[in-house]
Design a protein around this ligand. Structure first.
Ligand code: IPE
Ligand code: MG
Length: 218
């Protein structure tokens, strides 16, 4: 969900106002995903690298997360979304961890759309965490193949990523779902995240649907 800061700067607003504007996009987008029959939608909210931002911005993002959870979780629950979080929970503030647990508990029986929030998420951290858990479980080298490795990721029930939408024109992965994007299609748009609309989401899906995926074949 990139481009909040630039969206704010264009309007001479503080960066926090850009993050707030970015939150407003979520409900229409999640609704559009449900209507389009998307099985799983992962939103990259906060990366393991985002801790390096100024403390005031990190604090405002955590506060905004709590406020958003309070307002949106009941609403998303009514819309049939099942919410889950991927990332390193241990490092998050206690109140955020509690909100994460409550959101997962409240929505656990929903099945219209799976929404994953990547929070304190890093693709490399996820791979390291998977390796650590395999070692903890005492797996032998022969037992570690691609299927086993995938089963140790944060959300092993999601088979793989089909489409990555990258806003704000950046042409990089930025440590997002490194394992899962191996054969993902990319849709890159100059649109800044607070301006990302359900219409553009549907355009991205149409673009994806028109592509031929060969996965190394012919
Ligand atoms: C949102 O956009 C990213 C987070 C929610 C941490 P940015 O804050 O990265 O916006 P830009 O890149 O400065 O425009
Ligand atoms: Mg950015």
């Amino acid at each position: 969900m990139d481009g909040n800061g630039r969206w704010a700067r264009e309007r001479w607003l503080p960066r926090a106002a850009g993050h707030r504007a970015g939150v407003a996009v979520l409900t229409p987008l999640i609704e559009a995903a449900g209507e389009a029959g998307v099985g799983a939608l992962t939103l990259y909210a906060f990366s393991t690298e985002n801790w390096g931002r100024p403390e005031t911005e990190v604090d405002s993002l955590m506060a905004l997360f709590l406020e958003t959870a309070k307002g949106k979780v009941p609403e998303l629950n009514e819309r049939g979304a099942r919410l889950r979080f991927v990332g390193r929970r241990g490092h998050l503030p206690e109140a955020v961890r509690a909100a994460v647990g409550e959101a997962e508990e409240l929505t656990r029986n929903n099945d219209r759309l799976n929404v994953y929030i990547a929070l304190n998420y890093g693709g490399r951290a996820e791979l390291v965490d998977a390796a650590r858990r395999m070692i903890e479980d005492g797996l032998t080298p022969e037992q570690v193949d691609e299927a086993t490795f995938a089963s140790y990721l944060y959300a092993p029930e999601v088979p793989e990523v089909d489409l990555v939408i990258r806003t704000s024109g950046e042409l990089r992965i930025s440590n997002f779902l490194l394992w899962q994007v191996a054969y993902a299609e990319f849709y890159v748009t100059d649109t800044l995240w607070p301006d990302f609309s359900p219409e553009e989401f549907r355009r991205a899906i149409s673009s994806f649907a028109a592509r031929s995926r060969r996965r190394g074949g012919v």
